[in-house]
Design a protein around this ligand. Structure first.
Ligand code: AGP
Length: 589
């Protein structure tokens, strides 16, 4: 979703802002813009489309202070007028989030004589700030009032005509960090935008940040406050492509090492994995791929720990009647830790029960607001299509169960530990398979089906999501037993049917379903666990997953599907890391 960058320092701000915007491209956007002070006057440039289009209209100017924005349209079409920054009166502002009460605010501001050029909620916010703040002395107290007026979520970077030396930043529900470096100070939506200059940053939280040329100040309740400096501990390489043609391929290739590091870290610090056996019922709430990882987690928790576990889509859970009890646990799974619906579900759950976040981004809202948190330690994930974070989310569920097995089934826990030690090398083998032939076959088609039962259905859901989000091939997932209830009518000569067969308890049933699709002409690609016997007439192509215990095989099975999706999208020539209409972090509901 929208990306914000701000710079105040010694260097020319224009190339720094553009570079910052490019490092936030992965968040998804459809227009971009910058505003800066030159000779104490504001200049604004904005353009629809890629940042390269914005670069074409820029002029060279002497400036050391400015703000920039990549917009992912929510209110109004992606065009030049709706692009940020927006200037109203003395205020120039960029915004990430959604102002839910912008209609009412707009009515009031229209009565006061304000006029609006765009369809955006952001221009309304700019007018509101202009209405509230008329002099430099009132800036902090005026900005503090926004919390009680605005409904929804926001992160703002603001310039005032009457204060050409400072940038102001504040947030509620949308991410924003600030950072000091030797060349000047920054505001950014995410860490990759500042990593070239510094690894140290601050969270703004509830405060108002004032970014001067050589200092960052924080204010809360009109008083200056002190904030702890944080350090981004991952390798700087985790935010660059490191020689790979795409972030997605690089991130898949990081999986063996990350899994290795994760296991070493948590197996040596098992006290960081909370015990879940004391809960009567567990809810797991998430969106997208994190939801699929949760389905896998719930299946395994029920199977191995006998705890009833319900998985909910965050965008539904937050609005429906809930039956939470105080001795339940709600687990929130999110790579970014900033997904709006998952945050809302967390806040709702906290009213009644204990909460546990499974999160990647350190210091993100879900990480901070959950009572307990397990960091998956995937480093920066830039590609919109999540891969390494998904794998580590599934591994985290495996680890939650492993911790309990140590007490209730030491024999099985030994087997799992033994297999954990093999995981990274097995992932590497799956990455090295030659997928070319299969990729050529699948790339030709407009529709693909994924099938599986139980855990294999949940894995298939993730495989299908990966394929459709980056290759734009329509793909559906069916619980294999459901095919006969309607979908099988869609199978034509050569329709690809990708079947996942890893669950020993149910795979034979799925084989019957595959045969039904083959009998109707389907091309059958089977992704199966090595140990399962299947006749050669069940598949046209076969990918085998090493036969480790259930709690480790679940981590492996998705890797071939991540790679298939990647290579199909590559074959079709799509912009793999930035698929159309999608954003990395969905910070609006
Ligand atoms: C998957 O490739 C997507 N990027 C998407 O489904 C993602 O998993 C979802 O938006 C949830 O994001 P989160 O993990 O940051 O909460």
């Amino acid at each position: 979703m929208c990306g914000i960058i701000g710079y105040n320092g010694k260097e020319n701000a224009i190339p720094i802002l553009i570079e910052g915007l490019k490092s936030l491209e992965y968040r998804g956007y459809d227009s971009s813009g910058i505003a800066y002070f030159t000779n104490n006057k504001i200049k604004i440039f904005k353009e629809q489309g890629r940042i390269e289009e914005l670069e074409k209209i820029l002029v060279s100017d002497d400036t050391n202070i400015g703000i920039g924005h990549t917009r992912w349209a929510t209110h109004g079409r992606p065009n030049n007028i709706n692009a940020h920054p927006h200037k109203v009166g003395n205020v120039t502002l960029v915004h990430n989030g959604i102002i839910e009460n912008y209609h009412e605010l707009k009515e009031e501001l229209l009565k006061k004589g304000y006029t609006f050029k765009s369809e955006t909620d952001t221009e309304v916010a700019a007018a509101l700030v202009d209405d509230l703040i008329k002099t430099k002395e009132n800036i902090i107290s005026g900005l503090a009032k926004l919390k009680n007026i605005l409904k929804g979520s926001y992160a703002f970077a603001i310039l005032f005509d009457f204060d050409p030396d400072n940038i102001y930043a504040l947030r509620y529900g949308s991410p924003l960090i600030v950072a000091e470096s030797s060349i000047g100070n920054f505001i950014a939506s995410d860490i990759p935008a500042i990593l070239k200059y510094t690894k140290n940053y601050y969270l703004i939280d509830d405060s108002i940040a004032v970014i001067t040329k050589d200092k960052i100040k924080f204010y809360l309740n009109n008083q200056e406050i002190h904030k702890e400096k944080l350090t981004f501990n991952h390798d700087i390489m985790s935010a660059t492509k490191g020689g790979y043609s795409h972030f997605m391929l690089k991130e898949i290739n990081e999986e063996p090492e990350l899994v290795d590091k994760y296991l070493k870290y948590y197996l040596n610090n098992l006290e960081l994995i909370p015990s879940i056996s004391k809960y009567k019922k567990i809810y797991i709430v998430a969106c997208g791929s994190a939801y699929h990882a949760s389905l896998i987690g719930s299946y395994l928790i029920e199977k191995y720990l006998n705890i009833e576990t319900k998985v909910e889509l965050a965008s539904e859970f937050r609005y429906k009647k809930n039956f939470l009890k105080k001795d339940d646990l709600v687990i929130l799974v999110s790579q970014s830790g900033e997904t709006a619906d998952t945050i809302a579900s967390l806040r709702l759950a906290k009213e009644t029960t204990k909460t546990l976040g499974i999160v990647n981004v350190v210091g993100s809202t879900i990480a901070r607001e959950s009572q307990e948190v397990i960091y998956i330690n995937a480093g920066c994930e830039i590609a919109v299509a999540t891969t390494k974070a998904f794998t580590l989310q599934v591994l985290t569920f495996s680890m939650l169960i492993y911790k309990e097995l140590l007490k209730i089934d030491p024999e099985l826990s030994k087997e799992v530990l033994n297999d954990y030690n093999k995981l990274s090398q097995e992932i590497r083998k799956l990455i090295n398979i030659d997928y070319k032939d299969i990729v050529n076959k699948i790339s030709k088609h407009k529709d693909v089906f994924f099938i599986g039962r139980l855990i294999d259905y949940y894995l298939a859901l993730e495989g299908s999501l990966k394929l459709k989000e980056i290759s734009y091939i329509h793909s559906e997932t069916y619980a294999a037993g459901e095919l006969k209830h309607g979908t099988i009518s869609l199978i034509e000569e050569n329709t690809p049917v990708i079947s996942v067969l890893t669950d020993k308890s149910i795979y034979e049933k799925t084989i019957s379903n595959i045969k039904e699709t083959k009998a109707r002409g389907a091309y059958s690609l089977v992704i199966k666990r090595e140990c399962l016997n299947i006749a050669s007439d069940v598949y046209d192509d076969l990918i085998e997953i090493p036969d480790l215990s259930d709690l480790t095989t679940c981590v492996l099975s998705v890797i071939p599907m991540q790679l298939l999706a990647y290579y199909v999208a590559l074959n079709l020539g799509y912009d793999i890391d930035k698929p159309r209409n999608l954003a990395k972090s969905v910070t609006v509901e």
